[in-house]
Design a protein around this ligand. Sequence first.
Ligand code: AVI
Length: 350
Amino acid sequence: MGGSQRQGRLLQDNRFSLFELNTDRHLESLASEVRAGLTATPKRIPCRFFYDEAGSQIFEEICELPEYYLTRAESAILRDRAQDVAQRFSLPISLVELGSGSSTKTRILIEALLREYDSLSYIPIDISPSALEASAPQLLDDYKHLEIRAIAGEYQDGLRWIRSETQRPKLILWLGSSIGNLDRPGAESFVSNLRTGMNLEDRLLLGIDLRKDREALESAYDDSSGVTARFNRNLLMRINRELGGHFDPEAFDFQATYDEVAGNVVSQLRSRRDQTVRIANLDLDVAFEAGEMIHTENSFKYSRAEIDALARCTGFAVEEHWLDAKNRFSVNLFAPIRPNGPPRLQTEGS
Ligand code: AVI
């Protein structure tokens, strides 16, 4: 991988390496997205900006909330099925994770894989090098036969890089229903792109939240203790901290509404009054009418039929579709199939 190697920065010791891929997309900044989003109609701030240090901590709190069943349900499925997943490969594999992940869930798989194989290469891909560096020491300390080859960059660039770097079969984890934060065409093109970086013996383990009743979803995304509201208002505080914004976060209400037809929980901040907010570093004054919304996040939910359709149109078969005890969440093992191209030419002897 001469090309990207020259662009990257490598930090290495015995069992840990961190490779930073520099890509143009990497450089897309909070400033340009906030300018574009707050001058658009309707207004929006992309949900990836939730995760600064404060936001990542609030997200950890969300995962512990009684109403936010997703993390617990997914962990329960992984505990039940990790051994089964680990036994499907006949060689030592590389465990690739998109997002550096909650270490609890990753550990369930690492432990199952280390019971099957003498060694394991764990390759987390995350946009944040500091998140990757922070999580590594404890894992290395706890698992002596683990090596970590972390990649800081966009998922697709990371996967392309891995494809040329490792001969081992890969188990790719994309957990937490992160797929739900993409709209349906976006999810389809993301998963198709993943497929292009995979060989037939690789597997994709995909955590996907399921469609369900409005009440359960709206309370999961607008909890009674106000943690998710704080998570959303942190976006405004982040703009204040990093872009010289003058938002009063309390001048915005939070709401999460389930659109049953689309299967989407829409999160928004609603201006309580007419107000104009100055963002000094952008030299921008943003006018809000009372009741005007800022869209902050989509969380799409899937039916079994929608999961099957996603697999079919992205070049996968659903090898397993596992549910938790209350049928709220699914963990899906996607196996690559040959692309449905035109029939291959039959030549003599083939
Ligand atoms: C990270 N992502 C899958 C979460 C979700 O469920 O959409 C983020 C989240 N937003 C509010 N609560 C949790």
